[in-house]
Design a protein around this ligand. Structure first.
Ligand SMILES: Nc1ncnc2c1ncn2[C@@H]1O[C@H](COP(=O)(O)OP(=O)(O)OP(=O)(O)O)[C@@H](O)[C@H]1O
Length: 617
């Protein structure tokens, strides 16, 4: 999409490239006409011999403003996105390394004015020395290094190209390529490790097999005793939305309401207030249900996923599938007292899923009235994540379910927009938040651009860059993400368990990890590895698709080893905490996996392909 709407220009500054382009210039006649706009191998040489009028321009300025065609310099009508090679984004650039020297060389060539290499380097022995000189603010106040952050090599792999970006995202598996072709898990350090040693610290591990059930009980007790947590006094807008819903419920009519608002505008607070009042009104816990499109969203709001609550299986078919009679009967009992359904993160609800919700509720409530004639409130922000394998609610045309979805959506006649932002934050964050808000409205200003540029990778100090070395990284392709995950695992220095997954049927055995939604045939794990759960187990405890955590230990049965056996347990501390329950809950992944045909439903979470990382987490 971006390729078709923007112009790109590649500037290759790799040492071998510049050398060969210089040589070629000497040997061959240059065919200037075909080169502009795509990649001009001689751009650098031409820059060195630029006309005097362009004396003050840096290489990057030149590449953004001008191109060479028909033996002369021309001006771009639309500024291209300049891709600089080699690409340093995502690489650890540590001083006193060859990589740092190359990085500095690139920065100097891009951002200073010169007519030869010697002049660019100012006769200093190293490029890093010249770079340090260049970025010293008093000496070179006008140097702008922000551009480099925008540049990246498009490394989308051919096999990914047939998928639209939203389709790729919809697969919701952040790291498809498994770390299989590696010696990790097969080295002496891995084979000689005593994999059952963890039993000494966790002798009762076998007794904890009922972990999820135990948690469920504890949380239930906590909910029973903790339901009186106080909510802030609602703002005028929140109160108006709250009253709209409650008045409708009191008068026994149905409401279809959309509550919209950006981050921190008190949507969750309002949901909690409505839930509380509704339960009080009907003296029934089940009078209101909270649902969300993804496990993480559902967990955040204390609800369940739409798919789970309404018995919807995700598939690509265009037609609605009715529930089996027995299941439908069970749900009718379950939903008997339900008067209101609140659906959070509604920007991710597409026409197909809305149609499904509508039709399913008609089945459950045994009526042809839309949504089974019960009240529905959609909450969220349309400017956020779009639907998955579906089209947005406002889209038109399409097939059977999508058209039904349009009809279902047309029932939402009432709309409340929450404007006031309540979340406390410092001045710097406030400025940033406002800039983001303008960005989402397509109304960015130059000041916003400058603000974002202050966080550009290339303007950060080396120490600061280093401090992000363990941050979650996003990569343009899954291969790069997988390589980074492998590098991280190696760097951790612990023995690596090579866990070969046992498939429960032939189809599963033949399935690639792509078909298996990112569940990998071989999972390599070590202590301190960052992992992500790939299945929704329990929204109540945050054991949901997208929860991340760190492996604390991998425990094998006495006599079992890696590779070859499946561990009894992978102890993993998550980044979420179940309030009032456990400060540091553990996933017992292998226990969980045994419920699902011996798949460890996890993947590495140090680096992700960015096409796949941002949805549903
Ligand atoms: N009426 C209010 N008065 C004071 N504080 C409030 C009010 N409403 C919400 N808050 C506070 O503002 C913060 C953000 O609220 P909340 O989490 O409900 O917003 P949100 O819109 O759901 O945010 P997000 O979209 O980021 O999840 C919370 O700390 C909440 O306690």
């Amino acid at each position: 999409m971006s390729e078709s709407s923007r112009k790109f220009f590649t500037l290759n500054l790799s040492e071998s490239r510049l050398f060969s382009s210089q040589l070629r210039k000497r040997k061959n006649r240059i065919n200037e006409d075909v080169e502009q706009g795509i990649a001009d191998p001689n751009f650098f040489s031409r820059y060195l011999s630029r006309p005097d009028d362009y004396e003050q321009m840096t290489l990057i300025e030149m590449a953004k403003k001008h191109y060479w065609a028909r033996r002369k310099w021309c001006k771009h009508r639309v500024e291209p996105v300049v891709r600089i090679l080699p690409d340093f984004i995502g690489k650890k650039i540590i001083p006193d390394t060859d990589l740092y020297e190359s990085f500095c060389r690139q920065q100097v060539l891009l951002n200073s004015r010169y007519r030869s290499f010697e002049e660019a380097k100012r006769d200093l022995p190293t490029w890093s020395g010249r770079y340090a000189e260049l970025i010293r603010p008093t000496e070179n106040p006008s140097v702008d290094l922000g551009i480099v952050e925008e540049e990246f090599e498009d490394k989308t792999h051919p096999e990914e190209e047939w998928l639209d970006e939203w389709m790729q995202a919809s697969a919701m598996a952040p790291n498809f390529r498994a770390l299989e072709a590696t010696d990790l898990g097969l080295r002496d350090i891995d084979r000689n490790h005593s994999w059952s040693r963890g039993l000494l610290d966790n002798p009762t591990i076998h007794e904890k097999i009922g972990f999820v059930n135990t948690l469920r009980q504890v949380v239930q007790d906590t909910h029973d005793s903790g339901s009186s947590t106080s909510l802030p006094t609602l703002s005028r807008q929140q109160q108006a939305a709250h009253d709209l819903v409650l008045d409708s419920l009191r008068s026994n009519s149905t409401i279809r309401l959309i509550i919209s608002g950006g981050a921190g505008t008190g949507k969750s607070t309002l949901i909690n207030a409505i839930v509380r009042s509704t339960r009080e009104l009907f003296s029934n816990e089940n009078s209101v249900r909270i649902m969300a499109p993804t496990g993480v969203a559902a967990f955040n709001i204390g609800g369940s996923t739409i798919h789970h609550e309404l018995g919807i299986t995700a598939d690509k078919s265009q037609s609605y599938k009715k529930l089996e009679v027995e299941r439908c009967r069970q749900m009718q009992v379950d939903f008997k007292n339900t008067k209101l359904i609140i659906i959070d993160e509604y920007s991710m609800i597409g026409r197909k899923i809305l149609a499904y919700i509508d039709l399913r509720l008609r089945d459950i409530f045994g009526t042809k009235e839309s949504f089974g004639n019960i009240s529905i409130v959609l909450v969220g922000d349309m400017r956020q994540i779009p639907p998955i394998f579906d089209t947005p609610l406002y889209a038109e045309g399409g097939r059977e379910l999508q058209l039904t979805g349009n009809h279902s959506y047309s029932k939402f006649k009432q709309f409340v927009r929450l404007e006031q932002v309540f979340r406390q934050s410092g001045v710097e964050e406030l400025e940033y938040r406002e800039a983001l808000s303008r960005l989402s409205d397509g109304k960015s200003t130059v000041a916003d651009w400058n603000l974002f540029a202050t966080r550009s990778y290339t303007t950060l100090s080396v120490e600061e860059i280093h401090s992000f070395r363990h941050a979650l990284r996003l990569f343009p392709s899954k291969d790069e993400a997988a390589s980074y995950n492998e590098e991280r695992l190696r760097e951790l220095g612990f023995p690596v368990a090579r866990i070969l997954l046992v498939n429960n049927c032939l189809t599963a055995e033949g399935a690639s990890s792509d078909d298996a939604k990112g569940l990998q045939n071989i999972l390599l794990l070590s202590k301190q590895a960052r992992v992500m759960l790939r299945k929704n187990y329990s929204t109540q405890f945050g054991l949901v698709n997208g929860s991340t955590g760190t492996v604390k230990d991998i425990i094998y049965k006495e006599g079992d080893e890696s590779p070859g056996n499946i561990p009894i347990a992978v102890l993993n501390s998550t980044n979420i905490s179940v309030q009032g329950c456990m400060k540091n809950p553990l996933w017992f992944l292998s226990f969980l996996s045994q419920q699902t045909g011996y798949h460890l439903p996890a993947c590495h979470a140090s680096g992700f392909n960015y096409h796949l990382s941002c949805v549903g987490q």
